[in-house]
Design a protein around this ligand. Structure first.
Ligand SMILES: [Zn+2]
Length: 115
């Protein structure tokens, strides 16, 4: 599971299909992600201390991660991600289409460095 908070993703299923947006939060246990302005629902809230007016509150609900795909910043297409060790031994994510790095996921480690 290589999607991270802040990633640009495209929704590939459901009502918001085709929407590109940013990941706000990832729930690794449930395999779901909160994506900005995707899967918005109206929550009806009663009058309370916090919401003195009550009424409807628009908020995002988490979407299944299998319904979103990473959008690569280099080749600008939706793609799958792989993980690999770079020359200095750091682990990084990469685009399976163009091979561009999509950011480090763990710091350099001598044991994994290229000799
Ligand atoms: Zn790419």
């Amino acid at each position: 599971m290589l999607i991270r908070t802040g990633d640009n993703v495209e929704v590939i299923a459901g009502a918001d299909r085709g929407t590109q947006s940013r990941v706000i939060q990832v729930d690794r246990e449930k395999g779901k992600a909160l994506v900005e302005s995707v899967n918005r629902v109206y929550k009806h809230v009663k009058r309370s201390q916090q919401h003195p007016q009550g009424g409807r509150l628009s908020k995002e609900m988490p979407v299944q991660l299998s319904n979103v795909m990473f959008v690569c910043g280099s080749c600008n297409s939706r793609t799958r991600l792989g993980a690999r060790f770079s020359d200095d031994g750091a682990k990084e994510r990469f685009c399976k289409k163009c091979g561009a790095s999509a950011g480090q996921i763990s710091p350099a480690h001598a044991g994994h460095a290229k000799k």
